[in-house]
Design a protein around this ligand. Structure first.
Ligand SMILES: C[S@@+](CC[C@H](N)C(=O)[O-])C[C@H]1O[C@@H](n2cnc3c(N)ncnc32)[C@H](O)[C@@H]1O
Length: 292
């Protein structure tokens, strides 16, 4: 979404959060189409309007925004441990007109289910949404069990993860060796990036029935204008993170792709694409009948 209104934050004291915020927003602009697909799956599984929707690890509000739009009568509770991201989200909600329905909760999810979310004055959450966040939590099984307890009996938990790294280039990028993006993805995986198990058995152990399990392809057509900037930011970060891991040939190829002057650079070449995916689990508390 619009990066411009975030500029005045760039003098703050959490540089990683700034960087992550801009990559999250670029991802939303280019790849955000999966969110409505996932919300459709929730709607299919929840035969009523939710009153309370919780966004776990809300970041800059990529999912929060769409959840608020699609569940337009619900109270939205956004949980994150970053005060800066919570502030961005508050501004975003004000701009989008749902600030009066949004509650941001600053909590470290490693410490368990946040007490502020389960307000005994109101009912339990009807929807819990955890997009690219469950694998960050130190003890995801404990978290899932707590989510199971917190949810209404017919409530829905949606767990979403990236199906690998986004791909921008043809297999032979015309610089260095072909298969560059595949090797970058492998190197990132070796470094532990985006590592998560098949959540199905974890969900079942925590007392959930998995009612849908989908892979959503994200291949926007036409290509959003932010795709070039996303490629530059993605590979700039990756170039730093993998400087000790990638071969010299691949690092040199990345330098050409990220350069200003080469016709093969991301911002000058005309053959970029965008291919990504998400994996979605839709789960609801198992009934006693199913447990026995
Ligand atoms: C990859 S981002 C995903 C953001 C958003 N859900 C999305 O799909 O764009 C992960 C988010 O989880 C938050 N997070 C990670 N570990 C956390 C923890 N232990 N407690 C609270 N929030 C956490 C981060 O601050 C970040 O905003």
């Amino acid at each position: 979404m619009a990066q411009s209104h975030h500029h005045h934050h760039n003098h703050g004291e959490h540089p990683q959060d700034h960087q992550m915020a801009s990559v999250l927003d670029l991802d939303a602009a280019v790849a955000g189409g999966y969110i409505d697909d996932a919300i459709d799956l929730i709607r299919d599984a929840l035969p009523r309007e939710p009153k309370i929707v919780v966004d776990i690890g809300s970041g800059t509000g990529t999912g929060t925004d769409r959840l608020a739009a699609r569940f337009d009568a619900a109270e939205i509770i956004a949980v994150d441990h970053s005060p800066e991201l919570a502030e961005l989200l508050t501004e975003r909600a004000a701009a989008a007109g749902y600030a009066d329905r949004l509650r941001t909760v600053l909590a470290n999810l490693d410490d368990g289910w946040p007490a502020e979310v389960s307000n005994p004055e109101v009912s339990n959450p009807d929807v819990v949404w955890a997009s690219s966040s469950l694998h960050h939590i130190a003890d995801p099984d404990r978290f899932l069990a707590a989510a199971r307890t917190a949810l209404t009996d017919d409530g829905i938990l949606a767990v979403i993860e990236l199906a690998g790294a986004p791909k921008f280039l043809p297999d032979d990028p015309g610089v260095g060796l072909s298969g560059l993006e595949g090797r970058c993805q492998s190197a990132m995986s070796v470094n532990g990036w985006n590592s998560f198990p098949d959540w199905t058995t974890h969900l079942q152990s925590a007392g959930f029935d998995v009612v849908a399990h989908r892979r959503i392809r994200v291949e926007p057509d036409p290509l959003p204008p932010q795709t070039v900037e996303y490629a530059v930011q993605w590979y700039s970060r990756l170039r730093v993170g993998l400087a000790e891991v990638l071969d010299a040939d691949d690092l040199a190829a990345l330098d050409v792709l990220l350069s200003d002057d080469s016709p093969l650079a991301f911002h000058r070449r005309g053959d970029l694409t965008f291919r990504a995916g998400r994996i979605v689990w839709i789960a609801r508390p198992a009934t006693e009948r199913n447990l026995s």
